[in-house]
Design a protein. Sequence first.
Lengths: 85, 391, 327
Amino acid sequence: MNVQDVKIGILSVLASVAPELEAELLVPDRPLRRQVDLDSMDWLNFLVGLHQTFGVDIPEADYARLVTLDDIERYLFARLDRPQS
Amino acid sequence: MIEFRLPSLGADMDEGTLLEWKVQPGDILSKGQIVAIVDTSKAAVDIESWHEGEVARLLVQPGQLMPVGTVMALLLEPGETAADAERYQPDARLPASADAASAGPMQSGPVMAERRAVSPVARRRAGELGIDLQGVSGSGPNGVVTLQDVERAAGAAAPKDRPDGMRHAIAAAMSRSKREIPHYYLAEPIPMARALDWLAQENAARPVTERLLPAVLLLKAVALALRRYPEFNGTFIDGSFHPASRVNPGVAISLRQGGLIAPALFDADRRHLPELMRDLSDLVKRVRAGSLRSSELSESTITVTQLGDQGVESVFGVIYPPQVALVGFGRVTERPWVEGGKIVVRSVLTASLAADHRVSDGHRGGLFLAALRDLMQQPEALDAAPSGETK
Amino acid sequence: MSRRISYREALREGLREALLNDPRVLLMGEDVGRYGGTYAVSKGLLDEFGPDRIRDTPLSELAFVGAGIGAALGGLRPVVEVMTVNFSLLALDPIVNTAALYHHMSGGQFSVPLVIRMATGAGRQVAAQHSHSFEGWYAHIPGITILAPATVRDARYMLAPALSDPDPVLIFEHAALYNMEAELGDEEPVDIRSARLMRDGSDVALITYGGSLYKTLAAAEQLAMRGISAAVLDLRVLRPLDTGAIVALTRQCRRVVVVDEGWRSGSLAAEVMARIVEHAFYELDAPPARVCSEEVPVPYARHLEEAVLPQPEKIIAAVEALLGVSS
């Protein structure tokens, strides 16, 4: 799975939580929850979706590191790489 | 003969469009079984049966718009046969319990099988649009169906109008609330450190699919506090308060395309937190998907709204009639807090109560909020097994 | 050039123009000459045109309406003034049995190019015998044309087409309108076949004529302030009725209120409603309604007289009942 696949996976999970979203308008290095109106339930569903898509468990303690789309992408990519290397 | 009528699923509903029958003649209905799916201004709602009996006749067609109280189907009582149902003439009048707004235009007196009053141009237009006039409620003098009614019904048949319909429904319910209910408002800061710490610990041990949100703790605390202060849990109908026997908080859930719905979380006071979390999560998903059950829309006993999260510091809500109270939660913020003579930084959330002064007074409201605050200081107790005590 | 003149002056100008343009035209009636007309319409005309053309008559409607018919048959173009509509009852036989029938009974050999003018209507405290609105009766009679000028423009210009009509034309001037003033342009010929839309609207059509026009326009104005858009149609010609205009406005508004100062039963309003139902039934969103005078002799006392006649409040109430709204 390359970076592009991760990006597409994240956006498709996001779209399932916020169907009205226009993905091309998202700025990847700005806080995601300011750009997409996600409440705590949406956020949790988003994380559950990521878990189901990527098989990565995201502890609550890590939430603070997942602010922008770039953050999430890096976070997931790092965790995906580990078992492969 | 049992008349199965379209129920009112809240103060803001006066009509609905049948989307689909879930039963057919010959089916034996049990209580709680889903009979039909009806499109309201809020959602496509699964209408549950509160009768038992054999389905004899279905009287409305999918696509038909019905005022609340319309006889949708006939069910056989023990000893009756399908032939009885064939002969049976449903009373076209709406039951006395139907919402006055929808009962108003209908004629009183004997109207068995009487021809609806429809203006000539309305009848012609209905023919052109293929609208069944039986399902169109009349807004003209003495309930006459006018051209505008037909065109509105034609518009309602197109489901894309839902946001407009919902805005209209919310406007009607909230106007009624502010017109009829003398609100009073109270607010109390709730220290959240213990609850959040406990939650962090709890969630660390849980996979992401089973994590709890602070909202669940708050809902449980509200439900438990309501047991002690039942005057905030119930409905005000026909000049008197009716305390509810169950604690079913309606959870205000905003829709991404605008508008909101507050379906009930049943028996929140008697659920374990994980169970409550599953129900809440399921409810949010179904609200957003536009698929709810009729009991969820009609049986909530109080409303809880949380504009917290990303939102504002405090919220003072408008009571959803005929309920008598609404609890609002704002965002968790870090605030200077005085503790043991020192100023410290604490996570605090503002809880508010909007309550109906016809039913309760500010003193009791204050005690309720204090109880809520105290319950939130013992998060582990909130998850305690439901006590044997029942109402 | 536009100028402001009264309904009375407009009638006088129309008469004067006719007298100047056609030597066959003469005016006859009670007090039309030396007194200048009971409503001062013909003031000054005797001096200008002389007693051969401005003729005071004896107090006998039967005689001078009959004389008018004879003059018309003899090739003149008489304008006969009957003081008020109640006095025309004394001339019903010459009007209905002679003037209206001669064309038919002569097999088309004779026409009666006669114009009869008279004052009609209530509202001036002249009591039961001088407050009738019988124009609806006359509109029942085939063979004559019935005009109800409600505007200064129609008062000024309806006489010319009436005089050029080969058959009898009756002009009903509402007595409450004589003092009304309005701006009038120079050349505004009018026809005597069509109704005129006085105010456009979409929610309800108000159909009226004569003295009720201004009450109806006032009602429409107040309805507009309540968010109800009312169109107002001035019938102008009561026979033959402009059915096309009535149907078109009905189709536009879907609801109709007819305002008619005549008594309700067998009124002109009844005929208008019948045509609506005959020709526009499937356009209707509510039954046609009407505001007429109460079916009693018109009282003398002002407050009672006002209570009997159509008024803007009654028109508004009728419209609100049709729309199912209350004020």
